[in-house]
Design a protein around this ligand. Structure first.
Ligand code: DGY
Length: 326
């Protein structure tokens, strides 16, 4: 009988991680483009020493029951881990890992790309050209606000929020931030970032970029009441998690000019249903959760997720563990 640890990998990830797992483990790999359906996931995790999960896999008590007492580690191929009941894993002695750090700059790049694309109306311009509507240079065509010199509010001022601030500095922007915890002055000052409570920050911002973790405190953080605090010219960018924004309230705000535009990398649910009002709005740009999707970064995430998985099946400390709350 094989002594190799038994693991389930719930999707094909870059070879930087997969090769390492394959070399050491008896690996069951889910090769479909779509995630394993719930019943298949529960069937496949049974008797495994480790599982390499994606943010599309829910790891809860039912999952852990299905895996059984031999499960040692859940390694998430993401920095976010709101798909995992970390407290329940800890209670059962199952280590949890994630992939922090390696996707910070790539995610900040996309947040800034969304901000610029929404401000300068790039998707509308592209659609206009492809529809054959471009007949001449137009003095009033597709006007938008400036990005340089504007005020940005960064909500969630951890690694990624701070990386967005560095980009904003290059554009000469005024940088305001809000977070549950103020960052030390030695972090905020070099970035020229000023802390404000949300109700004081939102009315001042031309751009608002969201970078909070999804938790019970942040679910629905941006709702009708908070949107009403924003400028009618403001652009809202979300690369965190969809449920941080109340979508119905956002659609109403965009429809009635409460804010000018939104750019979303994440939605609630994912994928966004094609009959969601946001899909039909010209002033809402939506991309399919691709903030970390550079080849290099996805490779680094794969290597990190594999390292966590391999450490976990050996009962060694994970290189990048997720600690239970409290
Ligand atoms: C994450 O890592 O949490 C992103 O949402 C996907 O890379």
């Amino acid at each position: 009988m094989s002594e190799r640890p038994k693991v389930f990998v719930t999707r094909v990830i870059p070879d930087e991680g997969l090769a390492a797992v394959r070399a050491v483990c008896e690996m069951d790999l889910w090769t479909d483009e779509l995630p394993p359906p719930r019943d298949e996931l529960l069937r496949r995790v049974a008797g495994r020493d480790g599982v390499l999960t994606l943010l599309t896999d829910r790891v809860d008590g039912v999952f852990l029951d299905a895996a059984g007492p031999g499960l040692k580690v859940v390694s998430n191929y993401a920095v976010g881990f709101d798909n995992i009941d970390v407290a329940e894993c800890a209670r059962r002695g199952v280590a949890v890992g994630n992939t922090p750090g390696v996707l910070t700059e790539t995610t900040a790049d996309l947040a800034f790309a969304l901000l610029m694309a929404a401000a300068r109306r790039l998707p509308e311009g592209d659609r206009y050209v492809r529809a054959g509507q471009w007949r001449t240079w137009g003095p009033m065509l597709l006007l938008g606000p400036d990005v340089h010199g504007a005020t940005i509010g960064i909500v969630g001022f951890g690694r990624i929020g701070q990386a967005v601030a560095r980009r904003a500095q290059g554009f000469g922007m005024e940088i305001l931030y809000h977070d549950l915890h103020r960052v030390p002055d030695e972090v905020a000052e070099p970035l020229g970032a000023t802390f404000l409570p949300l109700e004081d920050l939102l009315p001042r911002c031309d751009y608002v970029s969201i970078h909070v973790n999804l938790s019970e405190e942040t679910r629905g953080l941006i709702k009708a009441e908070t949107l009403a605090w924003m400028k009618p010219t403001a652009v809202l960018v979300n690369t965190s998690r969809g449920p941080v924004i109340d979508h119905r309230a956002l659609a109403d705000a965009l429809r009635h000019g409460v804010i000018a535009a939104a750019a979303l990398d994440v939605t609630d649910p994912e994928p966004i249903p094609m009959d969601d009002p946001l899909v039909g709005m010209d002033n809402c740009l939506i991309v399919p959760h691709i903030a970390s999707a550079s080849r290099a970064t996805r490779g680094k995430m794969a290597a990190m997720a594999a390292a966590n998985l391999l450490a976990g099946v050996r009962r060694e400390p994970l290189p990048t563990p997720v600690h239970p709350p409290g």
